[in-house]
Design a protein around this ligand. Structure first.
Ligand SMILES: Nc1ncnc2c1ncn2[C@@H]1O[C@H](COP(=O)(O)OP(=O)(O)OP(=O)(O)O)[C@@H](O)[C@H]1O
Ligand SMILES: [Mg+2]
Length: 215
């Protein structure tokens, strides 16, 4: 039904966390999901290996160096799964570009530091370049405030700072302990802490993403 890529120039900004937990939410909604781990670090696959939950059944590594196959794999996966999520490495990588060439939607997580905002520009240009090459309105591009410290001024103002970048901003994901605890058990937040605030945030984000790709 839809291919969603998660990309970002900055390391550690929450790309894999968002990809994995969106998969958790889509599965909880009753959808089939496949996660393509296109990052040579394979954080998603490592996370999946820590437990026996959803991720252990739906993460597939895409070998580094075989970015050409990433697009083909995403297209065939789309025939079998309602949502295909592609996690990409940090930086302006060929894998992120290939993902943007095949995705319906590219999510760009961004943290609250001014440096995070500056780093957005490069990856935004990469997604726009892919859109120009496709001569299409695809991929749609959305920003996701990530690892937000909700009780700080910088955290609270992140969504409005991101709006100035000129792309629409999706519901934010807060920096919360349960996110890391879920990883330690190899689970998504939907599985590990289904009634938590963090769960509510991922649910809101997933609903917003679902609405976008259904259009
Ligand atoms: N919302 C959050 N709350 C708490 N911890 C988080 C959150 N998001 C990410 N983390 C933690 O921050 C670290 C980096 O997150 P993650 O691996 O998702 O980032 P990334 O952007 O994929 O990194 P990389 O660029 O290395 O691929 C991980 O230890 C993860 O558990
Ligand atoms: Mg990652």
């Amino acid at each position: 039904m839809a291919i969603i890529a998660v990309a970002g120039r900055k390391g550690g900004i929450g790309k894999s966390t968002i990809a994995g937990n969106l998969a958790g939410e889509f599965a909880a909604m009753g959808h089939s999901v496949l996660l393509l781990d296109a990052d040579p670090q394979h954080s998603l696959a490592d996370w999946a290996d820590l437990g026996e939950g959803l991720l252990s059944r739906c993460v597939e590594k895409v070998k580094s160096g075989s970015v050409e196959t990433l697009r083909a794999r995403a297209r065939t996966a789309e025939q079998a799964a309602d949502f295909v999520l592609i996690d990409t490495p940090p930086g302006i990588s060929e894998a992120a570009y290939q993902a943007a060439l095949v995705a319906d939607l590219v999510l760009l997580p961004c943290g609250p530091s001014p440096l995070d905002l500056l780093a957005l520009k490069g990856v935004l240009n990469l997604a726009l370049k892919a859109r120009a090459e496709r001569r299409s309105k695809r991929p749609r591009i959305r920003l996701v405030p990530s690892r937000v410290l909700m009780h700080t001024n910088l955290g609270r103002s992140l969504s409005s700072s991101l709006e100035e970048v000129g792309k629409k901003v999706l519901p934010p994901i807060g920096q919360r302990v349960v996110v890391a605890e879920a990883v330690a058990r190899g689970l998504t937040v939907a599985e590990y802490a289904p009634n938590s605030l963090s769960r509510e945030e991922f649910q809101k984000l997933a609903k917003a993403v679902q609405k976008l790709v259904a259009r």
